[in-house]
Design a protein around this ligand. Structure first.
Ligand code: NAD
Length: 267
């Protein structure tokens, strides 16, 4: 039995993760954490059908790491930074789903990956993992004469933009063109912007309702347009993907892995 700890257990993804862990016979829910001082600390962690899991939400991340073979983190950038340090200290495998981390966390991720197995994905769905591979091929095959624009839509609670998945798709496209995304990214257009920069990778962000996550990568050429799209209708797909990643990660040595590594896909 692999013991899975869920950081951010009361969040939207936290609840979906509890359900995804409980539906697997070879997994045990080791516990779940909430922010220190949260009023939800000490309350019962409910199962998917409202039944009790017999576990109580901890506001002590140290205790969660001590109890778990693998911790799954879908929380906030500040919490993730702390979880990276705990993973490094304890050697506990860590699945990282939190987005909007910022470049300054990259050094912490790299340092932790020397001490414990880490898997980071901006999107844990099988469809988006395959989409990444398709975007790479399309960007290479179509070449720089096609303009690349990335459109995403998420629910109205989402706090970071563009989404981590949109940025990851942009990274794949930029790498396929042999450029750095930070040099060609055009994420905000407002007012008199002038004509489109020829090598730009543009982003457009929509927010509203309960949309779980939609992404389109548009390759716009002269007289033709290729669009590759993915639509998530249920966040359970991210949770199941993260649980698949956790099971796989438990058997890996220290290092930084992707969802493509876990699924054996060549991206
Ligand atoms: P949410 O706001 O519903 O949940 C986040 C939870 O983390 C909250 O309950 C919050 O209280 C908790 N939290 C904050 N600090 C904490 C701490 N120090 N310790 C423990 N818990 C803490 O948000 P959500 O929709 O569940 O999304 C969470 C993150 O996951 C976001 O960054 C989102 O973009 C990302 N996400 C990633 C994927 C993916 O496939 N990689 C999919 C969906 C969401």
């Amino acid at each position: 039995m692999t013991a899975i700890g869920i950081a951010g257990v009361t969040g939207r993804m936290g609840k979906a993760l509890v359900a995804a862990v409980l539906e697997q016979d070879d997994l045990r829910l080791a516990g779940g954490s909430v922010r220190e001082g949260s009023p939800l600390a000490g309350t019962s962690i409910p199962g998917p059908d409202g039944t009790s899991t017999g576990l109580y939400a901890l506001d002590d991340a140290n205790a969660l790491f001590a109890a778990s073979d693998v911790v799954i983190d879908f929380t906030s950038p500040e919490a993730t930074r702390n979880h990276l340090h705990l993973a490094m200290e304890t050697g506990t495998a860590l699945v990282l789903g939190t987005t909007g981390l910022g470049d300054d966390v990259d050094a912490d991720i790299l340092a932790a990956s020397h001490k414990c197995p880490l898997l980071r994905a901006a999107n844990f769905s099988l469809g988006v993992t395959v989409l990444m591979a398709l975007v790479k091929r399309a960007a290479q095959a179509l070449g720089p004469s096609f303009d690349i624009e990335i459109l995403e839509m998420h629910h109205h609670h989402k706090v970071d933009a563009p989404s981590g998945t949109a940025l990851a798709l942009g990274e794949v496209a930029a790498k396929a063109r042999g450029v750095r995304l930070s040099d060609v990214s055009d994420a905000v257009r407002d007012g008199h912007t002038g004509p489109r920069r020829a090598d730009a990778i543009g982003f457009a962000t929509l927010r509203g309702g309960d949309v779980a996550g939609e992404h389109s990568v548009i390759f716009a050429g002269m007289g033709e347009r290729l669009e590759l799209s993915h639509r998530a209708s249920d966040r359970a797909i991210f949770a199941r993907g993260a649980v698949t990643a956790a099971k796989w990660l438990k058997n890996q040595t220290a290092g930084l892995y992707t969802m493509s590594d876990c699924l054996g896909l060549d991206t």
